[in-house]
Design a protein around this ligand. Structure first.
Ligand code: PMP
Length: 414
């Protein structure tokens, strides 16, 4: 048989779980079931060791020193940019700005791209399902310029209504900003289709990829958007790391966001000239060790294979959805046809926070609350949901334990 056509074997989950030291711990004397991956993901030993090794063997500042350590630290930090460019299939490494996370990436676009361009009467288009990080920065720059936020609606099932989104792309819209995957509903938005419509009208599209980058193959050349933001800690890397990808021609026109060291060409009291992108947007000492760790995380995910991750997580999603639907009085919020492994739900007669607290006593970590998506909660008319968010290292047995525990703790609240 032709080896090229052999399907990749499925992931060896027991071996993978052994790579994540934290998964072996107990909580309240019960084995941990970690189902809060959309909040932050656990880290493989390869990431923890890369950060540890950096501080033990390489630590120095980047882009400043000519000594050996400085060169090694700079090379390690810059290697993370290369890895991100490959991971995203970005046209160029110079289009990757390293940030502290998605929040900083979106604020960079808001302040450096949108703020200088917006005028009274202009609009920024978002959707009902956005995280606060993809709402509030736009509101702030709208407030400063007299522009307005416009919202594309979703259906009750939690799908973006594409026709309405496209109809909302009117000439007054100067930028559209959409989540690739909703952190509450799990909905996977049809980014290539949205980008095509925006491009035809000359409107740049920003994609919040926080929840997509850890779970889907990302091909920026195929997506066709103009900005893509992601965060490292959900991608099995350290906190305080992330990236903004933007087209080179757009980045070149963007003025600096933060000023300081590293981002300049020459400083005189009469005036300063700035470095080219991406360094123009990386003022000050970055989270060097964090990016070394993020590089290790990307290597880890690539070695597993993103197609295999999708396959595994879809199987987990299917299993969890069916098991939860069998619980009387439980309603899943977000039933899009295309979903990542994020399940929000409500249980009749029980408050989400109470259930999450009781589940914690069973060793089960789920999130309860508004998930930084107040407008989405308002759309569904609820103050909070419970959310189980899965990763490739979760198992069918863990899901069964979670659902059994949910049924058990619910009795206490009835
Ligand atoms: N957007 C989405 C969809 C998210 O889920 C999150 C994190 N919950 C963010 C943005 C913000 O990411 P960070 O806090 O890492 O900047």
């Amino acid at each position: 048989m032709n080896a090229l056509h052999d399907p990749a074997p499925p992931l060896d989950v027991e071996r993978i779980r052994a790579d994540f030291p934290l998964l072996a711990r107990t909580v309240h004397d019960k084995p941990l079931v970690y189902l809060d991956n959309a909040n932050t993901a656990q880290k493989p030993a390869a990431v923890i060791e890369a950060v540890d090794r950096f501080y033990r063997e390489t630590n120095a500042n980047v882009a400043r020193a000519v000594h050996q350590l400085g060169e090694e630290a700079t090379a390690a930090y810059e290697a993370s940019r290369d890895k991100l460019a490959r991971f995203l299939n970005a046209p160029s490494r110079d289009e990757i700005v390293l940030t502290s996370g998605t929040t900083q990436a979106i604020n960079l676009v808001a302040y450096s791209y949108a703020l200088p361009r917006l005028q009274p009467g202009d609009e920024i288009l978002v959707t009902t399902m956005e995280h606060h990080a993809n709402i509030v920065p736009w509101q702030i720059v709208c407030g400063r310029t007299g522009a307005k936020l416009k919202v594309a609606p979703i259906s009750e099932r939690g799908e973006l209504i594409v026709d309405k989104f496209v109809a909302a792309l009117t000439p007054s819209v100067k930028l559209a900003a959409v989540a690739h995957v909703s952190n509450v509903l799990g909905t996977i938005n049809p980014i290539a289709e949205l980008a095509r419509a925006a491009r035809q009208r000359g409107i740049p599209l920003l994609v919040d990829g926080s929840q997509a980058a850890p779970h889907l193959p990302i091909d920026l050349k195929a997506l066709g958007c103009d900005f893509y933001a992601l965060t490292g800690h959900k991608l099995f890397g350290p906190t305080g790391t992330g990236a903004l990808w933007a087209r080179k021609d757009i980045l070149r026109e963007m003025p600096p966001f933060l000023g300081g060291g590293e981002m300049i060409r020459e400083v005189r009291f009469e005036g300063t000239t700035f470095a080219d992108p991406p360094h123009r947007f990386e003022a000050g000492t970055p989270n060097i060790a964090g990016f070394v760790g993020l590089g290790a995380a990307l290597d880890y995910v690539e070695a597993l294979g993103r197609e295999r991750i999708v396959e595994r997580e879809q199987a987990l999603l299917e299993h969890a959805t069916a098991a939860l639907k069998a619980v009387p009085g439980l309603r899943i919020v977000g039933e899009a046809a295309h979903k990542a492994a994020v399940i929000s739900f409500l249980v009749e007669g029980a408050h989400a926070h109470d259930l999450a607290t009781l589940l914690d006593h069973e060793g089960i970590a789920v999130r309860s609350g508004h998930h930084c998506a107040h407008p989405l909660m308002q759309f569904y008319g609820v103050p909070a949901t419970l959310r189980a968010s899965l990763a490739f290292y979760n198992t069918h047995e863990e899901i069964d334990r979670f659902v059994a525990a949910l049924v058990k703790v619910r009795q206490f609240l009835l």
